[in-house]
Design a protein around this ligand. Sequence first.
Ligand SMILES: NC(=O)C1=CN([C@@H]2O[C@H](COP(=O)(O)OP(=O)(O)OC[C@H]3O[C@@H](n4cnc5c(N)ncnc54)[C@H](O)[C@@H]3O)[C@@H](O)[C@H]2O)C=CC1
Ligand SMILES: CC(C)CC(=O)C(=O)O
Ligand SMILES: [Mg+2]
Length: 349
Amino acid sequence: MPKVVALPGDGIGKEVTDAAVAVLKEVAPDVTIQELLIGGAAVDAAGVPFPGEVEAAVTTADAVLLGTVGGPRYDTLPRELRPERGLLALRKALGVYANIRPVRVVPGLEHLSPLRPEKARGVDVLIVRELLGGLYFDSNRGRSGERAHNTMSYTVPEIDRIARIAFWAAEQRRGHVTSVDKANVLEVSELWRETVTKVHEEKYRHVTLRHELVDSAAMLLVSNPTRYDVILTENLFGDILSDLAAVLPGSLGLMPSASLGDGPGLFEPIHGSAPDIAGQGVANPAAAILSVGMLLRHGLKRSGAANNVDAAVSLALRSHPTRDIGGTASTQAFADAVLQALSTTNVSA
Ligand SMILES: NC(=O)C1=CN([C@@H]2O[C@H](COP(=O)(O)OP(=O)(O)OC[C@H]3O[C@@H](n4cnc5c(N)ncnc54)[C@H](O)[C@@H]3O)[C@@H](O)[C@H]2O)C=CC1
Ligand SMILES: CC(C)CC(=O)C(=O)O
Ligand SMILES: [Mg+2]
């Protein structure tokens, strides 16, 4: 029996994970779900954001479903005790170096995008973000007096392995990779560009490769999103570009993700704990539920169930839009609409 560990975390994490877990139970009743604390909730209960027993449970699971961590209450904690550090430690413990963030405007849902329908139509981008390196992880960091520093450093093997994931993904899609860096200024981006080019020349000449600088890529991603198929980039740039890309389908609440390595995968919405709406029951759980779809597809290899979840979410977005996308449905009402759609046979997008 497959085991999934669910880590709701903080803020709206609990609300959207409850909805996602209900969907997982509906489509995969044989899966055992163990719910544990992470982030601020774990600090409150155990004094640390990523307790040892949680590490033991996730590393022996088949997949991990995460909500969100963080919140104003924890912002004054010492940095190593902050919820966000717990999340980084979780990613590290699982060795999930490849963060896959699909950005899709579902046909018929163009009206949810703030872009004109003709711009939004057909948007289908896969952001492949390196997740265990760069500024977030380098140990050369610190503060002293009036000075502080962080370091962006990458090695060839780190770049090589994420580049292979992006080219592999492009092979299954439209065959185009855009590698995004800042090679006009940063040495680390120079190495990034050289390594990506080498992987391309060695094995993936049948996929097209274009290099872009991150500043103008940000502009093009919004003004001409259909020029992109797979975007390959490092940790910080990928974090920023993917929140920006959430504008394309219409909300952060529509953006799921999968983080993959050699062990159990981690599946989570890309948004944060949304303190401004937490506790009101209005968060959009679509990203968390679509993350269950990614868990089924990539973590449990159940693509039929994954397709059903995706289709049910599309139906619920039409019938029960939440506040962030111009509707009035509550988190619970949206989740119920997804469950209702799943209970009808022949769900299709
Ligand atoms: N993976 C994680 O657990 C992440 C945690 N965070 C943490 O979350 C906290 C808040 O960060 P923010 O910068 O405010 O980003 P955020 O993503 O939490 O919220 C940004 C805006 O989007 C809205 N929003 C986000 N998700 C939504 C949803 N599902 N439905 C409807 N509206 C939604 C929020 O209400 C807010 O107006 C911070 O403590 C931050 O460190 C931030 C990003 C990722
Ligand atoms: C909260 C951070 C650790 C990361 C983040 O914003 C993200 O991965 O999207
Ligand atoms: Mg982020």
